[in-house]
Design a protein around this ligand. Structure first.
Ligand SMILES: Cc1cc2nc3c(=O)[nH]c(=O)nc-3n(C[C@H](O)[C@H](O)[C@H](O)COP(=O)(O)O)c2cc1C
Length: 355
């Protein structure tokens, strides 16, 4: 019996298996609105058998976009445009999820295939926001520090985006608190040098992310789970680390967060990251054990038996795959065959199912 293909239940929501599509920016939206690309891209991964199909980082406010081509959900019209995508995913038996994001000081950059450089205002860019006026790296614009009086606005932007996501039909909201974007920037002492109640001690650095988590939990139905993606480590001495992550996750759990998606890095450009197969899985294992909460492992998970081992031995409750699912959107269907799990194929494709 494959554990990877066993169901997972979080609150009242059941996932058909433990293979989740990791959020992936497509840089293909216009003014935050999805294109046919998003339907085909996300839809084919639902057809391919994943248990959860998550959108890319979807901005809660226009200035929270990484690039001008990011998805957004800062208006009801955006939610209406995303609704058919969520519906199609659900129709295939996958859970539709949305990653809610604010890019902080890493906002306003060109799409990778346009160079990825910071965009000046004349090129369609804008001045990014951050906990402190510290640029991501030299050559990046000086961000504007969020005023203490503006914290309520940030919390409301996430809460309103969550409410709209629900209207759009998403069943999982994942809060992006990783990869050096706004909420991670508040957590890490390397990017947060504030001297008010939002900076300094760990309790103060956690304050805004925890307020966001509580506000989203408040509007998200009791029977549906809220995920948080964290960077468990900055991979830099003196930065955010696993011990702080565990403490933070204990607070997230108390705030009603149900699942921690354990990534790492992204805060500073000069981190030395020992990337390789399963390199972040130990973070998922440690957070799961020490904070007693379901976790997802992500990063260089590519082989069916590797994914099976992670779930079957209790290293994590689910796996999130990104690049491997770009190579093969039908990876779950193929992995099931390798692992001897007999799962249904989409009826339209049933004649192609190996028997
Ligand atoms: C094209 C692309 C876009 C990505 N965009 C996002 C994103 O929007 N949000 C996020 O949290 N991670 C993003 N990531 C990171 C992935 O979700 C994942 O954590 C990372 O690629 C490691 O997993 P992998 O080895 O399976 O690719 C992106 C990765 C890729 C390749």
């Amino acid at each position: 019996m494959s554990r990877l293909f066993s169901t997972l239940k979080l609150r009242g929501l059941e996932f058909r298996n433990r293979i989740f599509v990791s959020p992936m920016c497509q840089y293909s939206a216009t003014d935050g609105f999805p294109a046919p690309w998003h339907m085909v891209h996300l839809g084919s991964r639902a057809v391919g058998g994943a248990g959860l199909v998550m959108t890319e980082a979807t901005a809660v406010t226009p200035e929270g976009r990484i690039s001008p081509q990011d998805l957004g959900i800062w208006s009801d019209a955006h939610a209406r445009a995303l609704a058919p995508v969520a519906q199609f995913i659900a129709d295939q038996g996958a859970v539709p999820g949305i990653q809610l994001a604010h890019a902080g000081r890493k906002a306003s950059t060109a799409a990778p295939w346009r160079g990825g450089h910071p965009l000046a205002t004349g090129e369609g860019g804008w001045r990014p926001l951050a906990p402190s006026a510290l640029p991501f790296m030299s050559g990046h614009p000086l961000p504007e520090a969020v005023a203490e009086s503006d914290m309520d606005r940030v919390v409301m932007q996430f809460r309103d985006a969550a409410r709209r996501s629900l209207d759009a039909g998403f069943k999982v909201a994942e809060l992006h608190m990783a990869h050096g974007y706004l909420l991670h920037e508040f957590l890490s002492p390397l990017s947060n040098r504030r001297e008010d109640q939002y900076g300094g001690t760990l309790g103060n650095r956690m304050r805004l992310p925890l307020r966001v988590a509580a506000a989203v939990r408040d509007v998200w139905p009791r029977e549906l789970p809220v995920f948080v993606r964290i960077s468990a480590s900055d991979w830099v001495d003196g930065g955010w680390d696993v011990a702080q992550s565990v403490e933070f996750v204990r607070h997230l759990k108390a705030a009603g967060i149900d699942f921690i998606d354990c990534s790492s890095g992204g805060l500073v450009p000069d981190a030395r990251i020992a990337a390789g197969p399963g390199f972040q899985t130990p973070f998922a294992t440690q957070v799961r054990r020490e904070a007693d909460i379901p976790t997802g492992a992500v990063g260089f998970i590519t082989a069916p038996f590797q994914a099976e081992q992670i779930v079957a031995t209790g290293l994590a409750d689910a796996v999130l795959l990104a690049r491997e699912l770009l190579r093969d959107p039908y990876w779950p269907l193929h992995a099931a065959r390798d692992l001897g799990a007999d799962i249904p194929w989409p009826v339209q494709y049933d004649r192609a199912k190996p028997r």
